[in-house]
Design a protein around this ligand. Structure first.
Ligand code: KDG
Ligand code: MG
Length: 412
């Protein structure tokens, strides 16, 4: 089973996606997601210019060997671009192996450890009333776990709050998701940590009063706090029994989590911007987190993220794989196969893709009673309609960034 074709496909149905498609000499195809939100074309070049020539003629069965070869032979290790490129190759090879075996990938990973994957969605509102409506609407769509993001009085526009899209292609469409806004420059948003810390506990109190004690609630602080601010927030939210508090501090300083941990029993989740097991080494060993947030797409694929999660399992740390809309349906399928098979599954993030995206990527997953299942088609269960994909060329897009009132750039 020799790889004799490798194509890098860029499409922008509702947003930009980068997909690697491998074809073997016996006609099997495999897909891998290489989407890096706001920096997509750097991965396209990494794959097309440097990886595709190395793949042609290789044995498609040798997944681990391909991974080690791409990681070690580059000499320059780690980093989001490298690891997204390797992830795409890894996913595509698992997809091919599944098709060759006539089995869904989760069977190759050891079989199902559960019947479905509890998933959480993103509710948000500028005001408490809007937030309640958004929570109710998510419950109507079947979600049984909800991330809560709220506006903060005095701040115009902050991470995670739905608004009406301004770019032409999605005029009037409400998004609760992760907009790399189409345009030549990133949007500027504002931030004030003290205002946020004053406001947030009251919002969670109101949500608990309205929706009761059972509903799992999550919140994402999106890297914006110092360790002591994060500790204060974790403590203040303890009465509202969060499922997790995510990305409280900028993730690159692993030691910061030790300070947070010493002060609060609110469960902590981190890792959506991590790329390898090395980023987790200390926080897993010292049990400073409760959930691993990595996406298959950004952490070297199924093979590498499984190693991270197996390591985490020794410390009772569970998965909470990243699943915003910037993970393509291929990356989501990979997460579902991995999540279904491992023992230490925690929860899966799930934001629905747009209708055009669902036409480009034909998928086989199911959504029942708040749970995802990848389906039983051989491989990952996703096929790419290249004609549909071709209708939507790449559009330049950037994630927003933050400035404080005095003009200082702040974590977004
Ligand atoms: O591209 C950036 C998004 O993936 C990120 O902002 C999403 O924080 C995120 C989340 O928890 O889904
Ligand atoms: Mg996040």
């Amino acid at each position: 089973m020799i790889i004799d074709k490798a194509e890098v496909i860029v499409t922008s149905p509702d947003r930009n996606f980068v997909t690697l498609k491998l074809t073997t000499d016996d006609g099997l195809t495999g897909l891998g997601d290489a989407t890096l939100n706001g920096r997509e074309l750097s991965v396209v070049s990494y794959l097309a210019d440097h990886v595709v020539p190395l793949l042609l003629g290789r044995d498609a069965h040798r997944i681990e060997d391909a991974w080690q070869f791409l990681y070690r032979s580059a000499y320059w290790r780690r980093g989001p671009v490298t690891m997204a490129a390797i992830a795409a190759v890894d996913m595509a090879l698992w997809d091919i192996k599944g098709k060759a075996a006539g089995m869904p990938v989760y069977q190759l990973l050891g079989g199902a450890s559960r019947s479905g994957l509890l998933a959480y969605g993103h509710a948000s509102g500028k005001t408490t009333e809007e937030l309640f409506d958004s929570i109710r609407s998510h419950q109507e769509q079947g979600y049984r776990a909800i991330r809560v993001q709220t506006g903060v009085p005095g701040l115009k526009s902050i991470y995670g709050i739905a608004s009406n899209a301004t770019f032409e292609a999605m005029e009037g469409v409400r998004y609760d998701h992760e907009p790399a806004q189409r345009g030549a420059l990133p949007n500027e948003e504002d931030w004030d940590t003290r205002a946020y810390l004053r406001h947030l506990p009251g919002v969670f109190e109101a949500v608990r009063n309205e929706f009761g004690p059972e509903l799992p609630l999550l919140h994402d602080a999106h890297h914006r706090l110092t360790p002591i601010q994060a500790a204060k927030l974790g403590k203040a939210l303890e009465p509202y029994d969060l499922f997790w508090l995510e990305d409280v501090t900028p993730a690159e300083n692993q030691e910061a989590l030790r300070h947070v941990r010493q002060h609060t029993t609110t469960p902590l989740a981190i890792g959506e911007i991590f790329n390898t097991v090395w980023d987790y080494q200390q926080i897993i060993r010292e049990q400073l987190i409760d959930y691993v947030r990595s996406a298959v797409t950004h952490t070297g694929g199924i093979s590498h993220l499984k190693k991270v999660l197996d390591y985490a399992a020794q410390y009772q740390i569970k998965s909470g794989m990243h699943g915003p809309t910037d993970i393509s349906p291929v990356g989501m399928a990979a997460a579902m196969h991995l999540g279904l098979s491992i023992h230490n599954f925690g929860i899966q993030e799930y934001m629905k893709h747009g209708a055009r995206t669902d036409q480009v990527f034909q998928q086989s997953f199911t959504w029942n009673d708040g749970c995802l299942h990848p389906g039983d088609r051989p491989g990952l269960g996703v096929e790419l309609d290249t004609d549909e994909a071709g209708k939507y060329p790449y559009v330049q897009a950037y994630l927003p960034y933050n400035r404080l009132a005095d003009g200082t750039v702040h974590d977004w």
